[in-house]
Design a binder for this molecule. Structure first.
Ligand SMILES: NC(=O)c1ccc[n+]([C@@H]2O[C@H](COP(=O)([O-])OP(=O)(O)OC[C@H]3O[C@@H](n4cnc5c(N)ncnc54)[C@H](O)[C@@H]3O)[C@@H](O)[C@H]2O)c1
Ligand SMILES: O=C(O)C(=O)C[C@]1(C(=O)O)C=C[C@@H](O)C=C1
Length: 295
């Protein structure tokens, strides 16, 4: 397997840090250079052994770099790409881990111009509600999917190189178009985050919030875990995927109204059918993840 002698991670948090650690564990990388917004974060990443050194600037970091991984919130990507492009050489591959793809591809086209073929967009479907380098783990991507949304301008060799890197991290790679990607994740990732934030916010706003939280147990914990996720990251994702997310929100509101009608009319059989259908679908999905559900 061809090694990456020098990888630059710009945005060394949960995802960028885990990618670096996984590549290191696979023995696929020589030197990992970190760049970022805050020097304290980069110092942490250095002390945790995620990066081998902190890049002085783009010129230093990109010198002889084989690959650059963008691990910052999607709203930052265009500015970051614009700042790196003057120092980019022909052989350096760029990829990212952003949770939305249509906007990231548009940002990359605007910033990279004729160099767009060097950018292979990606998204690991693995993560956590924790952020920063201290949350990074080498096994985060083991057995998880990574979606690539290759561009017409990408050479098959570039796409293959990014696929190989993710496979070395233990991931299974598949391809989607950016539009299909964004519609899919609006439904199964972005909407759930919006709902978790909404529920916690609604409870927290009440006068007796402390008392309510004191009784909240595992059901509340499981439903709301992802409301502890990074607010800036989720602001950017929601705004970037606004049309698809609004459509999912409308579908969910329709479902809630349907449940409201069943409840208001004390329609026990109707509620039970709906719950049973949902439980079967959830169990089938969960079982397919290689985890057995509880009765
Ligand atoms: N958290 C998840 O579960 C998850 C999963 C898959 C993909 N993603 C995506 O991965 C990316 C990173 O998410 P994360 O969870 O690792 O976040 P994180 O907060 O752990 O890390 C982001 C890092 O980017 C840095 N950063 C922010 N702005 C920057 C800039 N302008 N230039 C350089 N560095 C900058 C931050 O300082 C931080 O170190 C996001 O695009 C997110 O959508 C997140
Ligand atoms: O496990 C979590 O905390 C996540 O939210 C991970 C999760 C998701 O499954 O929705 C979040 C955002 C991503 O872009 C990919 C994965």
């Amino acid at each position: 397997m061809a090694r990456f002698e020098k990888v630059v991670i710009c945005g060394v948090g949960l995802i960028g840090g885990s990618f670096a650690l996984a590549l290191k564990a696979a023995g696929l990388v020589g030197e990992v250079v970190g760049l970022g917004r805050r020097s304290e974060t980069l110092e942490d990443a250095l002390h945790l052994g995620i990066i081998d050194r902190i890049g002085a600037d783009w010129s230093d970091a990109l010198n002889d770099a084989d690959m650059v991984f963008l691990g910052m919130p999607v709203g930052q990507m265009e500015a970051v790409l614009l700042s790196m492009v003057p120092y980019l050489s022909d052989h350096t591959l760029i990829t990212d881990g952003g949770s939305t793809k249509t906007d990231v591809v548009a940002s990359a086209r605007a910033a990279l111009g004729a160099r767009i073929g060097q950018f292979v967009p990606g998204h690991p479907i693995a993560g956590a509600e924790r952020s920063g380098p201290s949350a990074a783990q080498p096994e985060l991507f083991q057995g998880r999917r990574v979606v690539l949304t290759p561009l017409a301008e990408n050479s098959p060799a570039c796409v293959d190189r990014v696929r190989v890197a993710w496979e070395a991290c233990g991931a299974q790679v598949c391809n989607l178009t950016p539009e299909r990607h964004d519609r899919t994740f609006a439904a199964v990732s972005h909407l759930p985050h919006l709902l978790a934030y909404a529920l916690v916010h609604e409870i927290a706003d009440r006068e007796n919030a402390d008392q309510l939280f004191s009784f909240a147990a595992s059901g509340f914990r499981d439903f709301t875990r992802i409301a502890s996720s990074h607010p800036e990251m989720w602001r950017d994702i929601c705004l970037a995927n606004r049309p698809a997310l609004l459509a999912e929100l409308d579908a969910y509101l329709t479902q809630l109204l349907r449940i409201r009608v069943l409840l208001a009319s004390s329609d026990g059989p109707g509620l039970e059918i709906l719950f049973d259908t949902a439980r079967k679908a959830r169990d089938a999905w969960f079982g397919g993840q290689g985890v057995t559900s509880e009765e």
